[in-house]
Design a protein around this ligand. Structure first.
Ligand code: GLU
Length: 552
């Protein structure tokens, strides 16, 4: 009679180490009381999802505020879905949001005492653990083909039976050790399944830091823990890794809640204490039809973090915005702290909403405006350069014409008590500031913008007179001059005055300012006109007025 130990030895002859050896290799972490060990565990299957950014931000925050450890583990056991290079790309994107782990996978290298941090390099560890389960009779080899599994499902569905490989439907569970031994000796392909002791009619109570304590059906599926390619499935790898890496709180997407009974059962079978769990709500959006739905990789550009980076949103705005989704009290806090020192905010799971976090791009833009308005002109230059270098050659060309000039543009109504909030991203910056650059100004002239109700000759004469405006004087004096010129050409000095005596005037001083604005900026809305003139400088102001006068 074959024993379970003999079967385990036949399957894993090369495995001689034991769980005890692993425990010694990965001793408890020496951390202060209350320190949390968290991890971000992406699969290298594509881009950094906005939901993953949300989760990893919370992981980092919790570790930081408790003097703990935040690490990254690359979960690459699903080799079929792997996309080459996506691991490095994820790291690069995280870095741009300042999400830099304390240990773990860093692309070309790994750092820390609990590695390897790439699952495909941990196969020996998993094998030791699976061998242990086989020896204990808590796992068994399964020889069913995918066709067998499909047939089982068809029968179950036809008979309205809960589908899956469990209890009486777990065919290989009832194979004797001798039979299994024989099949393996005969080189029959197999996977290894966990022998669940559960019953789906039982309810178990589980704890979650966000969802609280709730009841859920016990697991009775004999899930695959070891695949025919020699790697474990997510379920088993998660349990082993979070045990040996000493994760204290597993923070992951809500889609994993339904697997929690499996994971708790696996921890129990291994005689390990499970970590705390926090299942983070899925990020939703309101779609075109007004319905709430999950941000979709296929349908929504904003599902990928790269969307915001490529368009030049300030990364801190996205992080700050995501924190408002994460904690309901954060928004008030950040206003009180003038949009600064976010790291001092105390994150708490209890302040997290349960009903799906709603993504609102307008709110993100609002945060971005607040943040960019608080930057200095030099910080704006550096951010713009960083963005333009990677994503916008046209912007880069114009900034590089003269850095000081760009800073002066950025400085218009910036370092004042109530700064302007024009900018929320760098991707559309040239739309706002293009007119400051002579080449872009010249190609965008549009004389149709002038008020059609005012005679062109009047506009011409006013503009020629406006050449006398002296903007080396303070703004109030400059404006008085403008009023004088306006009145000379029969424009009222205020809208009120104009309204009282419309017949007496051509228009009011605002119309004169608009003429000048269109002349200098090719548009009706622009930043403070006085500042625009100062930045453009006398020669360019004269050139533009002369040019427009000839075109009118
Ligand atoms: N690799 C899993 C995923 O990408 C990780 C889930 C977890 O954090 O445990 O969804």
């Amino acid at each position: 009679m074959i024993t379970s130990k003999q079967l385990a030895d036949l399957i894993f002859p090369e495995v001689t180490k034991t769980i005890d050896d692993l425990e010694k290799l990965f001793p408890s972490r020496n951390l202060p009381q209350g320190a949390e060990v968290t991890r971000f565990a992406p699969s290298p299957t594509g881009f950094l999802h906005t939901g993953s950014l949300f989760t990893s931000m919370i992981c980092q925050k919790l570790a930081k505020q408790t003097n703990g450890v935040f690490y990254i583990r690359l979960e690459d056991t699903d080799t079929k879905r792997e996309i080459q290079g996506s691991g490095e790309k994820l790291l690069d994107e995280m870095k741009q949001f300042n999400l830099i782990p304390n240990e773990g996978y860093f692309g070309s290298y790994q750092k820390g005492n609990y590695g390897p941090y790439i699952q495909s390099q941990r196969s020996e560890i998993y094998k030791i653990c699976i061998k242990y389960l086989l020896q204990q009779g808590l796992a068994y080899p399964c020889f069913c083909s995918s066709k067998d599994i499909e047939e089982l499902r068809t029968v179950q569905e036809a008979n309205k039976i809960l589908p899956g490989y469990y209890g009486p439907y777990a065919k290989c569970r009832s194979l004797s050790l001798d039979e299994a031994y024989e099949k393996i000796k005969n080189k029959e392909p197999f996977v290894i399944r966990f022998k669940s002791s559960g019953n789906h009619n039982n309810k178990i109570k589980v704890d979650d830091l966000i969802h609280g304590t709730f009841s859920i059906a016990e697991n009775d599926q004999d899930i695959v823990i070891y695949k025919s390619d020699g790697l474990p499935t997510y379920h088993f790898a998660h349990v082993c890794d979070d045990h040996f890496m000493h994760t204290t709180t597993v923070i992951r997407g809500e889609e994993w809640i339904s697997s929690l009974p499996i994971h708790l059962q696996l921890f129990k079978a291994m005689n390990w204490q499970p970590p705390k769990y926090a299942h983070v709500p899925v990020i939703m959006k309101v779609d075109e039809n007004g319905n709430k739905r999950k941000l979709s990789k296929r349908k929504d550009a904003e599902a990928a973090v790269s969307y915001f980076l490529d368009d030049g949103y300030p990364s801190e705005a996205l992080i700050m915005y995501l924190m408002t989704i994460a904690n309901s009290n954060f928004e008030e806090w950040i206003f009180e702290h003038d949009f600064k020192n976010m790291e001092e905010f105390e994150f708490s799971f209890s302040k997290m909403s349960l009903d799906g976090a709603l993504f609102d791009i307008n709110k993100l833009q609002f945060f971005a405006r607040e943040i960019l308005a608080r930057k200095t002109k030099h910080e704006m230059l550096l951010m713009a350069l960083d963005f333009a270098n990677k994503h916008d050659q046209n912007l880069l060309y114009h900034i590089n014409l003269n850095h000081e000039y760009f800073e002066e543009i950025m400085n218009i109504e910036r370092e004042v008590e109530k700064p302007r909030k024009d900018y929320y991203k760098f991707g559309n910056m040239l739309d706002y500031i293009g007119f400051f650059y002579h080449d872009l100004y010249d190609v965008n002239i549009d004389i149709n913008l002038f008020n059609q109700n005012i005679d062109k000759t009047i506009i011409k004469n006013v503009l020629l007179d406006l050449k006398k405006l002296d903007f080396s004087k303070p703004q109030n004096e400059w404006f008085e001059q403008m009023k004088e010129i306006a009145s000379k050409h029969n424009f009222a000095s205020s809208n009120k005055e104009y309204k009282q005596n419309k017949d007496m005037y051509v228009g009011q001083v605002g119309d004169v300012a608009e003429m000048l604005r269109i002349t200098l900026c090719n548009r009706k809305n622009a930043p403070n006109l006085y500042c625009v003139m100062v930045v453009l400088g006398k020669n360019e102001v004269m050139r533009r007025i002369d040019k427009i006068v000839t075109l009118l």
